[in-house]
Design a binder for this molecule. Structure first.
Ligand SMILES: Cc1cc2nc3c(=O)[nH]c(=O)nc-3n(C[C@H](O)[C@H](O)[C@H](O)COP(=O)(O)OP(=O)(O)OC[C@H]3O[C@@H](n4cnc5c(N)ncnc54)[C@H](O)[C@@H]3O)c2cc1C
Length: 402
């Protein structure tokens, strides 16, 4: 991959930058700056604008609605999106179930689901993890039994999923279920698309340490699912599951957004701390931490570019996506740790809203208000998408051949 930007690439960058500047909703920008919780409509607003422009799914094949951009253009697009701090399309449709459907789905499944995923009108959630089946996902116990009723075939699904991100907004979910309890673990699993309005589905919130309603328990009690909602063959769902996880992990690396995160960190660390013109960035110990972080991010960026170039030449993301996931999430966490260090004592008090009778936050600089909740929230990144310990096991086996 040639890393020098051509005049065409620079023109493309200008086009993307202008499009974002002219079309990103000011209302969303305001909500982000205030650190407000986003509604379903807020999450989908930018996705829908990108969908109309034909830019929602740069990595998809053109025949299914992808952009046909080169790897360099995709890289520029993600850089510009991160620079402008846009709310990215949620991964569950575009990055996860979409590729599964266009790769393994029937023509009917493609026609039914791909347009809504592209347009940002259908919200998907991921029903993989269960209590007792996270890292050891293949031990999942949610079962689906096949029945025939009035000449039609259905699965009756019973079980519990957990940590289901933003399921409270979901129209559809993709679920791993056990369709053969007698087969070896991975061989008895199927991949089902379930309409979240089907009777028998109950969603219970889990409130996180940062005070957010981001994850849920999803209970399935005799949920009746038409057999045509199964993707790929019965008992072969593990093939779809693994394919999807490789896509999920590449996306988690978040290089462009971490670059923007480091820029912001440096802006914060430059501000005077002691009333005598001295800043944290002037402190050699702190500066060294920032420099280490930037060096690691640059190395990760090159690994991501290699993966992108490989994908451009037809190689899907393989076990190297585990490398991206581990390093990418460690860097995201380190950025929040250094912001917390900048905030110092001011990170300690946290009010979700202004205290009663006040129209401003009571103490400390503005960046410090969300430093602690963001720090806590980002602990998740080394757990979800397969924990970083599990990724290291994959790297040892598949990349290093140990
Ligand atoms: C914020 C958040 C959002 C999530 N969203 C979703 C979602 O939308 N859909 C979904 O299906 N799931 C989701 N998950 C679940 C996530 O995929 C699991 O939490 C993750 O796979 C770990 O599983 P577990 O929580 O059961 O931990 P466990 O598997 O019990 O692991 C506990 C600890 O032991 C370590 N460990 C386990 N096995 C090994 C081993 N063999 N070698 C070394 N170390 C090991 C783990 O790394 C971890 O540190 C989400 C999780 C979080 C935190």
């Amino acid at each position: 991959m040639d890393l020098a930007f051509s005049p065409e690439d620079n023109a493309f960058r200008d086009e993307v930058r202008t499009f974002i500047a002219e079309n990103y909703p000011a209302r969303l920008r305001g909500l982000q700056e205030e650190g407000e919780e986003l509604s379903k409509e807020d999450f989908l607003a930018w996705h829908q604008i990108l969908g109309k422009k034909g830019w929602a799914a740069p990595a998809w094949p053109v025949q299914y609605g992808g952009t046909g951009w080169t790897a360099t253009q995709r890289y520029i697009f993600s850089e510009e999106s991160a620079r402008a701090e846009t709310i990215p399309p949620l991964p569950f449709g575009i990055a996860m179930v979409g590729p599964v459907i266009y790769t393994f789905g029937t023509p009917e499944q493609k026609a039914q689901h791909l347009p809504g995923i592209l347009a940002g009108t259908t919200w998907w959630c991921q029903g993989y993890s269960e209590p007792g089946a996270g890292s050891d996902l293949a031990s999942l116990r949610t079962r689906a039994e096949r029945i025939t009723e009035d000449g039609k075939d259905y699965y009756i699904v019973n079980g519990q999923k957990t940590w289901t991100t933003l399921a409270q907004h979901a129209d559809w979910g993709f679920f791993l279920v056990r369709t053969d309890a007698t087969a070896k673990q991975q061989e008895g699993i199927s991949f089902l698309l379930i309409d979240m309005k089907t009777p028998g589905i109950t969603i219970k919130p889990i409130i996180t340490l940062g005070g957010e309603h981001e994850v849920n328990e999803v209970w399935l009690d005799n949920v009746k699912v038409p057999v045509e909602n199964r993707v790929y063959e019965e008992n072969k769902g593990w093939t779809c599951a693994k394919f999807l996880l490789a896509h999920e992990r590449t996306g988690i690396a978040g290089v462009a957004r971490s670059k923007r995160g480091i820029e912001k960190l440096k802006e914060i660390a430059k501000t005077e701390q002691d009333g005598q013109g001295s800043s944290l960035l002037a402190n050699p110990f702190f500066r060294r931490k920032v420099a280490d972080l930037e060096t690691d991010l640059t190395a990760l960026e090159f690994t991501e570019l290699r993966t992108l170039a490989g994908e451009a030449s037809g190689k899907g993301p393989g076990p190297e996506s585990s490398l991206l996931k581990v390093k990418g999430t460690e860097i995201q966490q380190r950025i929040t740790e250094l912001v917390l260090e900048c905030a110092g004592n001011y990170a300690a008090p946290y009010f979700r809203e202004f205290p009663e009778g006040s129209n401003e936050y009571p103490i400390g600089p503005e960046f410090a208000h969300r430093a602690a909740p963001t720090y806590f929230n980002m602990r998740k990144t080394s757990i979800y998408g397969g924990s970083n310990e599990i990724q290291r096991n994959i790297i040892a086996k598949m990349v290093l051949g140990l």
